[in-house]
Design a protein. Sequence first.
Length: 219
Amino acid sequence: MTAAYRLLQVRFAWQTSNIIDIEQLSIPSQACTVILGDNGAGKTTLLSLLGCVIAPSSGTIHYQNQKVTNRNSLAFRRRIAALHQRPYLFRGTVLENAALALKLRGIADSVAREMAMQGLRQVGLSALAQRSARTLSGGEAQRVALARCLVTKPETLLLDEPFSHLDRGSVEIIDTVIRAFAANGCTLVFSTHDHQRWPELADHVVVLDAGKIIDKVQG
C-alpha cells in the first residue's frame, strides 16, 4: 500500500513544550486512518500538520512522495480538505457557505452554486440552502462544513472529532458520507473518541499520547 503521508522526526513545539514528537509515521493512501488519544494528546495539532496548515518546528513531512515546504504547502492545501471539530460558518446563507471554497478558487458563481447544492444534498441539507447559516444547530453547521469540504473534491479528507457533540441524526449522516468518501478510493484521516464507530471504519489506527505515537495497528 502506497503512503499518502510520511513523517520523519517531526516535532512541533509551542513555547517550551513539544506538542508533537514523532520519530516516524506512514499514513496509507486510499485508506482510512483513525487517530486515537485523550484530550491534549496532540490529535488536532497532528491533523493541522497533515493539512499543511502549520509547519513542523523540525523534521520533514512528505505528501504523495513530495516534501512539503513553504513554497508548495498552498498547492497541497488545495488537494486536502479539513473539517474542524467546531467549524466556523460565515454570515450569509447555507448555500453561500457551502460554495465559499469554490468561489475562492475562481469558479464561476453559477457553477459554484450548483456544486454547492450537490454537496448540501449529500449531507441532507438542500432544503435549508437559503436559511441564514447562523441559525443552524451544531449538527447542521457541522454538515454544512462537511459539504463545503466535499464540493472541492479533495483527494484527502481530514476530520477532527467528526462525531462529537452532535445529535444522532447528524452523526448517522456524517458517518454515511465519510464511508462513501473512503469507499471511493480517497484518503481519510480522522480523530475520534467514539469507540463504537471507528473499528468499523479503520484500516489503520494511530494512538497518540502526549504527542508521541504509542501504538500503531494495521487493519
